[in-house]
Write a protein that binds this ligand. Structure first.
Ligand code: M6R
Length: 614
């Protein structure tokens, strides 16, 4: 969490920093701050959003300085207030630092520094780090770069940092372990960001720092990359990014989330491009072609992930067990990494992550790797840490997802999982040819079918109007629709702050039914096929207890339309496709409820897009 930006060059740094922070606000928005150097370092901080910081700069017209660093915070140590905001200054006032991550041994380091007379204004681990660097610089009589390197050797934890020394105002130093950090390379100028979005409009040449690497960026000498543990110089690898700027703008939509919901047909097209060539040609996934033997001989597949990606994993289990006949387990990465799991030779571990930076998923990947698993990653962000840590894998190509609530990335994850399961199942002969062809045909038409589902947005909006005062919701689904019930409930709670629970429909009788009365709206995913009639019975049971039912049904379903209070239709389809479609009206319902309640849809309270701390 937290977003960091930096600039060193010959342009005014302020607009670059403030606009960069706005682009990174999805990473945290508890408070923000900027240090600008113009003959002296000046720091401004504000509690709240970047717009609150911007007010302090009165449009920035007066702001001079061609070097600066900025930070938008998701609070870990200490409450979100001005004092705990970054940049943090060292005791002398010479060094300023921004940090994303957690210094785990900060208490011990703080005690040592306190004994030496250091004073701390904030409750943060980051202020300890900037003073540790100052202490090393002073006692070892070294320059900033060396001091950062030596100080980081004493640190346990995760960091992406940028440090500036106003006694040598021609360079900045940056380093990374665990948290992401990208450097944009311009003509005699450099940009720094937690991801490339702050500098995409200026340069597409990017260096992604690896763990244990640091860069000393000097106006006089350019960029020097060093490996921290070995203290050796390494050659930087400059990537030419293909991202486009429009992806990170709202494009006329009221919110990123709404834009991203409507982008789903295109995102799925992009995800299938080059892989699903036509309904009559074989699926082409190079990483599966190359490692097919691993899948063929796999004794078990283990999905690891968090949040929405965990829901995708759960649906992955349903798809893979059905079409591959290989046992599958689905694990919360945060549990898996700490519970001494059994990993056998022949296990394939599949981490799923939109950001590719989620701390728990990344740590679980590292642990599984150490224990000899074969790792096949499914990530959205190209070049992300999880993508780099895995043996092989596949990108979802959903495009940049800015809204904190995951929508298009989830749809791409589950569509890709089905495509993978079809491909592997077909190669292994565990899927009937007729079924393979039918599902492949429906997958080929998926972008157009999703367009059709999106045309129900008005209906979702009018239903939303009726539930703005609800304080609880229940979401029910069976079979392939069960993970979608969980995802629907998560979407509603994270952006509207309405409490919502997802349940397998048949489990309702084993407890949750006690909650049902006229004040408990129940969303039921009741598409044809699968256990349709059993879900119809569940709806009758709910209606007998006077709750309002919002049903997601297959087109033309007359039976449920009569008993449910509200319904949204999705095209009739194979039961493997239904969850992909049924999810979309639930995204819309959550969006409209949250927006109409006046919630901050794109940046819900307490959340951040990439959870890079555990
Ligand atoms: O980037 P990841 O897919 O690894 O993120 C996992 C979760 O943090 C994420 O899905 C989270 O639950 C979203 N806010 C859901 O909308």
């Amino acid at each position: 969490m937290c977003g960091i930006v930096g600039y060193i060059g010959n342009k005014d740094a302020y607009p670059i920093l403030i606009n960069g922070l706005k682009k990174l606000e999805y990473r945290g928005y508890d408070s923000s701050g900027i240090m600008l150097y113009d003959k002296k370092a000046s720091v401004k901080k504000a509690k709240g959003k970047v717009s609150d910081l911007e007010v302090l700069y009165k449009n920035g017209k007066e702001q001079k300085g061609c070097i600066g660093i900025g930070h938008t915070r998701w609070a870990t140590h200490g409450p979100p207030n001005k004092i705990n905001s970054h940049p943090h200054l060292s005791n002398s006032g010479d060094l300023s630092l921004i940090h994303n991550g957690i210094i785990e041994n900060y208490d011990a380091l703080k005690a040592i520094l306190s004994k030496k007379g250091y004073l701390f204004k904030s409750e943060t681990d980051s202020e300890v780090l900037v003073n540790l660097i100052e202490e090393v610089k002073k006692t070892k009589k070294v320059k900033l770069g060396k001091a950062v390197l030596l100080a980081l050797k004493q640190v346990v934890g995760a960091y992406a940092i940028v440090v500036f020394d106003s006694t040598n105002p021609t360079e900045i130093v940056t380093a990374k372990l665990g948290s992401p950090l990208a450097i944009g390379v311009g003509d005699s100028e450099y940009y720094i960001g937690s991801d490339p979005s702050p500098f995409l409009e200026f340069t597409k040449r990017c260096i992604y720092l690896n763990d244990h690497e640091m860069a000393i960026i000097s106006l006089k000498k350019g960029l020097t990359l060093r490996e921290i543990k070995k203290d050796s110089i390494i050659d930087p690898y400059i990537e030419n990014l293909k991202h486009n700027i429009e992806e990170v703008e709202k494009g006329g939509y009221a919110h990123f989330m709404l834009k991203e919901i409507f982008e789903q047909p295109q995102s799925i097209k992009d995800t299938f491009r080059g892989r699903l060539l036509s309904q009559s040609l074989p699926i082409k996934i190079s990483s599966i072609e190359e490692h097919f033997n691993k899948f063929k001989s796999a004794t078990r597949i283990i999905f690891i992930s968090c949040g929405t990606s965990w829901h995708a994993s759960l649906l992955g289990e349903y798809f893979f067990e059905e079409l591959l006949r290989i046992p599958v387990e689905v694990e919360y990465a945060s549990e898996f990494r700490y519970r001494n799991p059994i990993i056998n030779k022949g296990d394939i571990v599949i981490p799923i992550s939109q950001s590719g930076e989620t701390a728990d998923t990344l740590a679980a990947v590292k642990m599984a790797k150490k224990r000899g698993a074969f790792l096949y990653g499914i990530c959205n962000v190209v070049g992300s840490s999880i993508a780099r840590e895995t043996d092989t894998g596949i990108y979802t190509h959903a495009g940049s997802e800015i809204g904190v609530a995951s929508t298009k990335a989830f749809s791409c994850q589950i569509s890709l999982l089905l495509l993978m399961a079809l491909d592997i199942g077909n190669r292994m002969n565990t899927i009937e040819e007729k079924r393979y062809k039918r599902v492949l045909k429906e997958l080929s038409n998926l972008p157009e079918t999703i367009e059709k589902v999106l045309s129900s947005a008005k209906k979702a909006e009018s239903i939303a109007n009726k539930f703005l005062k609800a304080s609880n919701f229940l979401y029910l689904g069976r079979g392939y629709n069960f993970p979608i019930a969980l995802e629907g409930a998560l979407k509603l709670k994270e952006i509207s702050y309405i409490h919502a629970e997802g349940y397998p429909a048949a489990e309702m009788k084993h407890g949750p039914i006690a909650l049902i009365d006229k004040n408990m709206p129940v969303v039921v995913i009741a598409t044809k096929k699968g256990n349709y009639q059993k879900v119809v019975s569940n709806i009758m049971e709910i209606k007998a207890r006077e709750a309002e039912v919002i049903a997601i049904v297959s087109e033309g379903d007359k039976e449920i339309e009569v008993i449910a209070d509200h319904f949204i239709e999705i095209p009739e389809c194979d039961e493997l496709i239904a969850p992909i479609l049924a999810n979309i009206p639930l995204q819309l319902l959550s969006y409209y409820i949250a927006d109409k309640k006046g919630c901050d849809v794109d940046q819900p309270r307490n959340l951040a897009k990439s959870v890079t701390v555990e």
